[in-house]
Each structure stands twice: as C-alpha cells, then as structure tokens.
Write a protein of this length. Structure first.
Length: 135
C-alpha cells in the first residue's frame, strides 16, 4: 500500500462497482488524526491535547455515474470517483488547517506577551541583583 504524505492513495480505497447502474463509488477511510499527524511532523505543537474541532471525518466518498450516452469504463470511473473523494478530503483538511492556524496564531501571540513579560521582569530582577552586588 502506497502511503501519501497527507490523506490517502487510490490503493487505500475500496471501490464498489455496479455496472448495471453504471456507477463506481470510491470510499476512503482516513485516520481522524490526519491533520495533527501532519502538523506534528512539521512543528513542535504547543497544543498538546487533541481537540475535536481538528478531528478529520473518517470517511470520504466520491461517486462517478456513467451516463447512458457514455461508454462504460471501470478504470475511468474509479479515477473519477477517487478524484471526487480526494477533493472532499482536501476541502475538509484545509478548512481544519485554517482553523488550527488561527488558533495557533492566538497561542503564539499569547506566548510572545508571556515571554516579553517574563523578559521585562527578569531584566528588572537582574538590575536589582546587580545593585545588590555593587554594595
């Protein structure tokens, strides 16, 4: 099974073929922690807890229906169904990624404030210690 950096490959999918109704359905099962796993590979996350708003749905379904005027082509149907499932996954992934980035920016802003406050307090304390040492 080929492993994609993010998401799933065609080999990870189950295809349901119904030649009589001229449909191919692609069903992809995805780990709900996909976004976290991706981010953890790139950054050292500040947020340690898994939060439900970042969880990925675990099923993405793409459907390809062959019209009566088209020639039946199972492989083309698989490719089309796969592409539609992948599109749904990517929309979901990037929507959650945008939410995560927004939340992460807020956390980083809070960290900057905290580090600045700590730096100011440390600087004041060092000045006080220096004056004590001068006596």
């Amino acid at each position: 099974m080929k492993k994609n950096i993010v998401g799933f490959s065609k080999e990870d999918c189950k295809f349901y073929i119904d030649e009589a109704s001229r449909k191919v359905v692609c069903v992809a099962s995805v780990d709900p922690f996909t976004l976290y796993d991706f981010i953890n590979r790139i950054t050292h996350p500040i947020m340690q807890e898994y939060t439900e708003k970042y969880f990925m749905p675990t099923i993405y379904k793409g459907i390809a229906t062959c019209s009566a005027s088209d020639e039946w082509d199972e492989e083309y149907g698989k490719n089309l169904a796969y592409s539609r499932a992948k599109k749904k996954f990517l929309r979901s992934f990037f929507k959650r990624a945008q939410t995560y980035i927004k939340d992460y920016e807020q956390i980083l802003d809070n960290l900057v404030v905290a580090f600045n406050q700590y730096g100011d307090a440390s600087s004041t304390r060092m000045d006080q210690l220096d004056k004590k040492l001068e006596r």
